[in-house]
Design a protein around this ligand. Sequence first.
Ligand code: CAA
Length: 260
Amino acid sequence: MAYENLLITIENKTAVVTLNRPKALNALNELTLLELQGAFIDLAKDDEVQVIIITGSGEKAFVAGADIAAMRSLDALEARRFAKLGHQVMQNIEGCLKPVIAAVNGFALGGGCELALGCDMRIVSENARFGQPEVNLGVIPGFGGTQRLARLVGKGRALELILTGEMIDAAEAYRIGLANKVVAADQLLETAKAMAATIINKGPCAVQLAKQAVRNGLEMDLDRANQYESELFGLCFATADQKEGMQAFLEKRPANFTGA
Ligand code: CAA
């Protein structure tokens, strides 16, 4: 499928989705959100893809937020619909069974920070800047930032970012657990691809079930979450990957996983 605001390449079972509106610092307008939604529906079904990386075009920004010019004249109902679309996109990403890595190559502000939060892991370049600056515009985060940021870095740090609207640099993002890794800008994509390659080498069924266990389990109380984990653990034993993985270990050879 051809996209106006996205570039998608697929190589070595890894899809790289690049937000491509560099003149607007890759700001998320309705078309971009709809394209992201469509892309994730397609990539989720594509057997050639096991891991997805999201990044931004240009050297300056991952995504500088929802598109302010497009939002300026929305009425309340239109704004709610726009926020719902953003939520659906983040849910498509977070709920995708395949791991999704954000390669944050600069500003990740507002909806951009929220997009990074929807991903499973965030590898960030040294020039990355994170923030939820919506209060500067007289609004609040609308694509899940009030919820996912607090769940990831804790209520106090999330509120500090959301209420002050201040940006933090890559080192601070790493310190508070918002970034998984900080690397030089010219190493960013290679590092994300190397992480993808490491994951691709593992049992694909186990990788998908592990993502589900962590993601869905976090929304349950501990007893239910552990029960859920044991169900998914049991499900692993219905896969050829489990038989191959354990057999290969005992035969002291690398496993040849098929994802079945
Ligand atoms: N929406 C629309 N256009 C944007 C944009 C955004 N979020 N961010 C940047 N742009 C545009 C600018 O308007 C500018 O366009 P022109 O060249 O046509 O004037 C271009 O991108 C380059 O930006 P700057 O000239 O401002 O670049 P800079 O280096 O001086 O500053 C910046 C970079 C600090 C990221 C600054 O652009 C900025 O503060 N952007 C807005 C960040 C923001 O407030 N994001 C939150 C949006 S609200 C939101 O996301 C709500 C939600 O949760 C759903």
